[in-house]
Ligand binder design. Structure first.
Ligand SMILES: C[S@@+](CC[C@H](N)C(=O)[O-])C[C@H]1O[C@@H](n2cnc3c(N)ncnc32)[C@H](O)[C@@H]1O
Length: 840
């Protein structure tokens, strides 16, 4: 049968549009049926009805694909949503809910895309295009569509909700296309999650985890730093006021309060949004050069303007402005001095990290240049300000620098000033008139108003102070206020300056730059912070060195393992004078406590140590071989002799019937003399001096510190980065009661490095020191633990430095605490290498 010419014409028209006959045929059949074989409707507008009907049938197919795809995407989003609100694995309920929702959606989509058996006038396509926001166009007039077969439309991924990151969208697209998805595309890892969960969390969970903003904790490196800082420094004895403990994040001390860094605010997101992935996070460990800094200033820097917790309010604190501040204005562009400059410059190379090198150079004109070589050849930093800003943020985050005015520039300026101030003395002095007087500056010579000033500025030897070796004589009075310069938190040990005369080279130890600690705050008006019966002031008339960082404690505190048991039950009747009344020294009967020290009290009614005991102790100190043959392992006889000869005092205590003013309670009543911590002019660092004339045998102070076992001390010293920093720990070795030699885990010592009293400032003098230490039993009849009390060996004039003989063997290379180069100035100094005289 010949084909109907109208059918053939319709096929041709559709072919022209790229629609093959087999697609046209069924649709045409349906249309003819629909229009009751009314060809007019079909042929109108160049077969528009037919073409639309064909497109609609194709679109229905496409819609199915789209709906399927969208539903899969929604599924994934729902999975994400559920996973994000519950970090645990999928719950069954969630999965069920998801499936139900999916089925619901599928139903709706299917309903929407169903082809009605009897289609209405096919204009839907045009309407859809309008809805898409695209220009309405007739299929015949659209040049693009003309002849182009319809394909499965590409999913417009970029139009998915904004919060879906592109990489994730790409992953979705790839996944749907059956392409492999890369790890980065599948894992929008938050910086926190990246570091924490690396290699641990399943990909999906990792992808979905929101960053734990509220729990953002210190970086590992900051924690490590704090751990190291606090290690070995926290006495746990109940004797110790817990507030005195080193501050840490959990337990802020009264002096310093750490402010946790505020977690970064994330943009607000709805429940369904995902966190945009970031590039590899920069971790705290990333920076090779980190200078942890504390900017807590000593209270002494203020004129009483300290806040309740002891912090200094920056705004009211006068700023140091010196001409030298210009020196570091442009650190980035300044080149280090050439080797030709070496005569004019002091030059220190500080190893910062294996690949990085910090270089500091100073010129005699007061210029300081700091350069940092990172060992990376192609590094170019053009914007120093942004580097400084980043560093400030880092300091705030990692090192809890809490001062809002903290600035790296200021820190570097301070560092330069410290370098100049602590340098060789060849650098010009600060020419600054804007410095405010130091709180400690109680007079031109540092004497407080009530001090007996009559004695003049004598040294122990009776002469004037020796010319200062480190600081130029020409230093102006401004350096009296040097305590103010300590605001950068760095601290230079006098010993850190090596051989300044010989090579004009300042060697700066690493830990001068790395303030490993938040400084304990010192009140220069009273370094004891009111914990002693007297005020102990602090002055520095010599240089700008800061008082060392330590906690002042008026009584010993057990660090950890030391066994110091003060139970009343352990004090027998023989060890106390329970029947005494008032002042034992005035009693007519010999008290039990006196019997304990050979039938006589150790003190006179004037509160001085009796001459015999004093002389015995002095002799013992000066010639231990002769007077105290202690610790002869080979010879038990010598050992017992030593014990018998051990000179000591025994004081009344809690079980005694006498009162607190009893003459046999000298050491336990604490410091009574007018003392001052001062910077020695002779290169020994800080020292202690008396501000009043003292008689022979006067009690000065006790050596107070942490009570450690020997084993703990060795451990502490060997772990310490700066072994020299230890304030010369003392061994409590007058173990006159022990039956056998004490093990290192039992033997005790005192370390005043981190916790101590004013005695930690007493310098050593060989042989003829004006103080001698006497073991004093107070609470503990075991004699395994006792108090080490200092008494004057002779009359001492006001302003004389107080010294004691540490008993150092300067040739003992094996001692855990390294001996210093002695500058005691004594004629009998043991550190002077004398030529061996050969007697023939
Ligand atoms: C107990 S501390 C005394 C206070 C110390 N000068 C300070 O500035 O903190 C002991 C340290 O002081 C220094 N020192 C004490 N006597 C010294 C002396 N005769 N010569 C040189 N340095 C001395 C040594 O650095 C020693 O390690």
């Amino acid at each position: 049968m010949a084909p109907n010419p109208r059918v053939a014409k319709a096929f041709r028209a559709m072919r022209d549009l790229g629609i093959p006959e087999e697609k046209t045929k069924p649709v045409l059949k349906r249309l003819l049926k629909t229009y009751d074989k009314n060809w007019q409707h079909i042929e109108e507008e160049n077969y528009r009805a037919l073409a639309d009907a064909i497109f609609d049938s194709e679109e229905a197919e496409v819609c199915y694909y789209i709906s399927d795809y969208v539903s899969k995407c929604i599924d994934i989003i729902i999975i994400i949503f559920y996973a994000s609100i519950s970090s645990s694995t999928f719950s069954l309920a969630a999965e069920q809910k998801k499936k139900l929702e999916q089925a619901e959606r599928m139903k709706v989509i299917e309903e929407e895309t169903q082809i009605p058996e009897e289609p209405e006038r096919p204009l839907k396509r045009l309407r859809l295009r309008h809805q898409d926001g695209q220009a309405s166009s007739s299929i015949s007039s659209s040049p693009n569509s003309r002849g182009t077969p319809l394909k499965v439309p590409k999913l417009e991924i970029d139009n998915l909700p904004d919060a879906i990151p592109k990489s994730r969208s790409r992953a979705l697209a790839k996944a749907s296309a059956g392409e492999p998805v890369t790890r980065n595309e599948s894992q929008p890892v938050s910086p926190q999650a990246h570091g924490r969960n690396k290699g641990k969390t399943p990909v999906l969970a990792n992808t979905l985890t929101q960053p734990d903003v509220t729990n953002e904790s210190e970086s590992d490196s900051a924690l490590r730093a704090r751990h190291l800082r606090d290690k070995g420094k926290e006495p746990i004895s109940p004797q110790t006021d817990p507030r005195e403990k080193r501050p840490n994040a959990d337990r802020p001390s009264h002096g310093v309060r750490f402010k946790e860094p505020k977690p970064k605010q994330l943009p607000k997101q709805s429940a369904l949004t995902l966190i945009k992935p970031k590039d590899e996070p920069i971790t705290d460990d990333a920076s090779p050069v980190v200078v942890p800094l504390s900017v807590i200033r000593p209270e002494s820097l203020t004129n009483g303007d300290s806040t309740e917790n002891g912090l200094v309010r920056e705004a009211n604190r006068p700023q140091l402005v010196t001409p030298r501040s210009e020196a570091n204005k442009d650190l980035s562009s300044s080149a280090l001095p050439s080797s030709n400059d070496t005569n004019d410059h002091e030059h220190a190379i500080i190893p910062v990290e294996s690949t990085a090198k910090l270089d500091i150079a100073s010129s005699s004109s007061g210029e300081i240049k700091i350069s940092l070589s990172l060992g990376k050849p192609n590094l170019s930093i053009t914007d120093v300000d942004s580097v400084l800003k980043t560093m400030e943020e880092k300091c705030l985050k990692s090192y809890k620098v809490i001062d809002p005015n903290f600035s790296m520039k200021k820190l570097m300026k301070d560092m330069c000033e410290c370098l100049l101030d602590n340098g060789t003395g060849s650098t010009p002095p600060p020419n600054d008139t804007s410095e405010t007087p130091c709180a400690a500056d109680a007079g031109s010579n540092g004497m407080p108003p009530n001090a007996n000033n009559s004695a003049g500025n004598e040294t122990e030897d009776g002469g004037s102070p020796p010319p200062c070796k480190v600081v130029d004589d020409a230093l102006p009075p401004a350096v009296d206020n040097a305590v103010e310069d300590c605001e950068n938190g760095t601290h230079t040990e006098q010993n850190g300056i090596q051989d300044t005369e010989s090579q004009n080279l300042v060697t700066v130890s690493n830990n001068q730059l790395i303030a490993d600690d938040v400084r304990s705050l010192h009140d220069a008006n009273d370094i004891a912070k009111g914990q002693e019966a007297v005020i102990i002031s602090l002055v520095n008339e010599v240089n700008s060195e800061c008082p060392p960082s330590f906690h002042y404690i008026p009584q010993n505190a057990v660090f950890q393992n030391a066994y110091v048991n003060f139970s009343l039950a352990r004090i027998g009747d023989d060890n106390c004078c329970s029947t005494c009344f008032g002042d034992c020294l005035k009693s007519s009967t010999v008290c039990a406590c006196a019997l304990q020290s050979g039938g006589e009290f150790a003190y006179t009614v004037d509160g001085l140590v009796k001459e015999e005991l004093l002389d015995e102790c002095i002799k013992m100190n000066r010639d231990p071989q002769k007077h105290c043959l202690f610790y002869c392992k080979e010879c038990p006889l010598e050992r017992s002799k030593t014990r018998r000869l051990s000179s000591r005092a025994k004081e009344c205590w809690l079980k005694c019937g006498c009162n607190k003013q009893c003459g046999n309670r000298v050491v336990q009543r604490g410091i009574k003399r007018n003392l001052q911590v001062f910077m020695t002019p002779g290169g020994k660092g800080w020292g202690l001096r008396t501000l009043e004339d003292l008689p022979k045998g006067a009690f000065i102070c006790e050596y107070v510190g942490e009570v450690l076992t020997n084993a703990e001390l060795y451990d502490r010293v060997s772990r310490s980065s700066n072994k020299d920093e230890h304030a010369y720990p003392v061994l409590l070795d007058a173990d006159w009661g022990a039956e056998s030699e004490l093990k290192d885990e039992e033997a005790l010592c005192l370390d005043a490095t981190y916790y101590g009293n004013v005695a930690r400032f007493i310098n050593h003098r060989c042989f003829d020191s004006n103080l001698v230490e006497i073991p004093v039993e107070v609470e503990n009849p075991d004699h395994h633990y006792y108090h080490l009390a200092f008494f004057t060996t002779r009359k001492v004039k006001a302003l004389e430095e107080l010294t004691w003989d540490y008993g150092i063997d300067f040739d003992d290379e094996e001692h855990p605490v390294k001996a210093f180069r002695c500058r005691c100035g004594s004629r009998f100094c043991r550190n002077i290498k004398r030529p061996n005289i050969l007697f023939l």
